[in-house]
Design a protein around this ligand. Structure first.
Ligand code: NAD
Length: 526
């Protein structure tokens, strides 16, 4: 297969000189705007690319794209059905490209350039994306959209349930997974018949820009989606102005913005919002080797990608049996192994160092609080002032104080900051109540092999993505299971169910045929 895709950055040979210009895509054309913004490297402040700074008065062509999209979508189970297969073929081709060494390396490099995290984390994101595209290659688009039938009330009648597209949709994505989130959501939107207007965080826009170019090289009709680059403020104004023409918006990002979009679109939203993700270490203490693995998982959940995952572990309840182990020393050791050189710790893109240190200070002012490790700025760094640079931080808070400071200890800090506490058996019901009062219900982990303990906690809590067992973690978002929060407007990502719940609605068509020569009595039942 010959895929005519030429990466914009020749990173093997020349590196990046910062002159790459990201463009908007509208009505099948790549376009520029009056103004552009410079995007700098979060590691050293050097320019890495420029991005269109679309202003509201330049957004009419995007609004037209929404208006021109039929409510029945670009395809649906009754119309243009060939597109299920042709889009799956595009995804298959893109997966083939990501299966090459050059493809995998290029997109991992792009992710790392604008959202600096360890190479393994960047590559992992591209691999998940690749696997997702493989999953939806071949004939999967068609089978994904399968409906159901049931027998009617009389011969000749048959209800058919269809997964129906919304039509004109918007897809807004955050900075922290620059390829995985936008690609999985955009692909789900396209495959189910919608026409998405895609907006990603400008700080990482080059990744999706390159990916859309790749999709077009793989056979995507450039008219199938629009791509807008603008500030969050302008996007908000655009939503307000064009609310009547947006059938549904899938939003991934912070809860405050999600609330704004929800009210602007009067609930026509599926949201993947913020996480304050908890973990409970149960009463059963495994052998030393397993203890180390659990500790490694805690370190990874709290500190990988410098804590900038919606699924990052923020609050850990440790059964007091664990206090006899070396868990805190081990956590400290692992946190101290992390270095800026290999990006196992790196810049924080939405909190400054001062904001982070001020927050840590407030938490440490809670009576009985003690710093386990971290709590200070990274040394020898050139991270620009508008970003954060702190060492992975662990703070112990006595259990009774956790209950007294619910807001402070459950603030989502999008950085490697984790609070630990210990509990005993008598507190379990109270702990469950506390957990259920946390606003965000994204991920959670119950680390135990005791089935009664797991059932007691799992059956009374509500996080949309909950891992249980000795290998339980909070971070995930892979393509092998549903990932998303639990609430009435929740979106999901990764699986058939996630795509269908997020990107389709139900439509029922009841065929009711008069059979030849059949006499029937009209009965008015309602
Ligand atoms: P954010 O809400 O500030 O931004 C997300 C996107 O919304 C960006 O593209 C931004 O430009 C845009 N935006 C900002 N203001 C807007 C407005 N008024 N109208 C329309 N769009 C607007 O989030 P962030 O700080 O970039 O990302 C971190 C947050 O995202 C964290 O809270 C994290 O938990 C959450 N997140 C959740 C998931 C999930 O799956 N639940 C995944 C990743 C991140």
């Amino acid at each position: 297969m010959n895929i005519e895709f030429k990466p914009l950055i020749d990173f093997y040979e020349k590196g990046n000189n910062g002159n790459i210009q990201v463009k908007n895509l509208v009505n099948g054309e790549w376009t520029s705007t009056r103004e552009t913004s410079k995007i700098i490297s979060p590691l050293n402040g050097n320019q890495i690319f420029t991005v269109p700074e679309t202003h509201l008065d330049e957004t009419d062509p995007f609004a037209q794209g929404l208006k021109d999209t039929p409510q029945h979508g670009l395809h649906n189970p009754l119309r243009n059905v060939h597109r299920y297969k042709s889009l799956s073929q595009v995804f298959f081709n893109a997966a083939v490209y990501l299966d090459t060494e050059a493809g995998l390396k290029y997109f991992s490099f792009l992710v790392q350039m604008c959202m600096p995290k360890s190479y393994k984390q960047c590559e992992g994101e591209v691999i998940v994306t690749r696997q997702f595209l493989k999953n939806y290659g071949g004939d999967r688009g068609r089978f994904l959209a399968k409906g159901f039938t049931s027998p009617g009330d009389h011969d000749g009648q048959q209800p058919h349930g269809y997964r129906w597209p919304f039509g004109a949709t918007v897809n807004i994505d955050p900075f922290n997974f620059p390829i995985e989130i936008p690609v999985l959501q955009t692909a789900g939107s396209l495959l189910t018949g919608n026409r998405p207007l895609v907006k990603v965080d400008s700080k990482v826009a080059i990744v999706m820009y390159e990916f859309i170019r790749l999709l077009i090289a793989c056979g995507l009709d450039p008219h199938d989606l629009d791509f807008i680059n603008c500030s969050g403020k302008t996007m908000g104004e655009f939503l307000v102005k064009n609310a009547d023409h947006i059938e549904m918006c899938q939003f991934t990002g912070s809860t405050g913005v999600a609330d704004f979009v929800t009210s602007t679109l009067q609930g026509r939203i599926r949201r993947e919002d913020a996480g304050l993700d908890w973990k409970i270490l149960g009463p059963d203490i495994p052998h030393k080797g397993m203890q180390k693995k659990i500790t490694q998982q805690c370190d990874q959940d709290a500190n990988a990608a410098s804590g900038q995952k919606c699924s990052a572990q923020s609050l850990v309840f440790i059964h007091r049996n664990w206090l006899k182990t070396d868990i805190f020393e081990d956590l400290k050791f692992l946190a101290n192994q992390r270095t800026l050189e290999n990006l196992t710790v790196g810049p924080i893109l939405t909190w400054t160092t001062k904001q982070l240190l001020d927050h840590i200070e407030k938490v440490l002012a809670i009576p009985g609080a003690r710093l386990l490790f971290g709590g200070k700025e990274l040394e020898n760094h050139s991270i620009p002032k508008e970003y954060g640079a702190i060492r992975p931080t662990g703070i112990f808070i006595p259990y009774n104080q956790i209950l007294k400071h619910p807001e402070l200890v459950t603030t989502e800090v999008f950085a490697p900051v984790c609070i630990y506490t210990s509990y005993q058996d008598e507190y379990i019901d109270e702990m469950i109540e506390f957990i259920n009062n946390i606003e965000h219900k994204l991920t959670a982990a119950i680390v135990s092999n005791e089935q009664d303990f797991i059932r007691r906690i799992a059956s009374q809590t509500n996080n949309g993505t909950t891992y249980v067992g000795l290998r339980a973690r909070t971070t995930g978002a892979p393509q092998n299971h549903w990932f998303g929060p639990k609430h009435a407007l929740a979106a999901g990502i990764g699986t058939d169910e996630a795509i269908l719940i997020t990107w389709t609605c139900h439509r029922e068509i009841i065929s009711d045929k008069a059979l030849v020569d059949e006499a029937y009595e009209f009965v008015d039942v309602t």
